[in-house]
Design a binder for this molecule. Structure first.
Ligand SMILES: Cc1cc2nc3c(=O)[nH]c(=O)nc-3n(C[C@H](O)[C@H](O)[C@H](O)COP(=O)(O)O)c2cc1C
Length: 157
């Protein structure tokens, strides 16, 4: 299966998750691409598109949002992954992008998320959450997160 894993990252957490997924899909034809500000990808050349990001001020990165907004061709299937520093997940973070895919006939297969520390905090709350997570469980994404990301990736095919 021809698969795209495209991600943006500020501190490599999304890249770690993307590479874990790529390794789980090593029987497939996978392109791994870091999305920048002007990245254009023909998404319709893939049977499955997996997009990943950190959460930045409650949102996924603008590079991914712009890449999808500027797309005119869409894949038959898509999925998302993200990591975040706060304890609570962000189930609506990809919602604007999901709507664009679905209005173009793509089928949503699922979403993976885990913790991911950054330690360049923007609010005291974020820093406290990150510190507590770190003290409780060590740095994320950890081995368990990467294993879970692989299981998720395999579940998509
Ligand atoms: C500018 C900035 C803003 C962030 N805002 C949030 C946020 O609103 N909520 C959250 O849970 N984490 C937030 N984080 C933490 C990141 O989402 C988290 O560390 C993630 O794993 C980063 O992934 P990356 O290394 O792929 O960029 C923020 C990080 C940065 C750098």
């Amino acid at each position: 299966m021809k698969i795209l894993i495209a991600y943006c990252t500020s501190s490599d957490n999304s890249e770690k998750l993307a590479r874990a997924m790529e390794s789980a899909l090593n029987q497939e034809d996978v392109d791994l691409i870091e999305v920048g500000y002007k990245t254009i990808i023909d998404l319709s050349s893939y049977e499955l598109t997996i997009l990943g990001s950190g959460i930045y001020l409650g949102h996924v990165c603008i590079q991914i949002i712009d890449m999808v907004r500027n797309s005119t061709n869409f894949p038959p299937k898509f999925a998302f992954f993200y990591s975040r520093q706060r304890k609570e997940p962000y189930p609506n973070a990809f919602k604007p992008i999901k709507e664009i895919f679905e209005s173009n006939g793509s089928e949503f297969l699922g979403e993976f998320n885990c913790l991911g520390e950054d330690f360049s905090p923007y609010t005291n709350e974020e820093f406290t959450d990150a510190q507590e997570n770190f003290e409780r469980q060590g740095f994320h994404p950890n081995k368990e997160d990467l294993k879970d990301a692989k299981v998720f990736a395999k579940s998509l095919i």
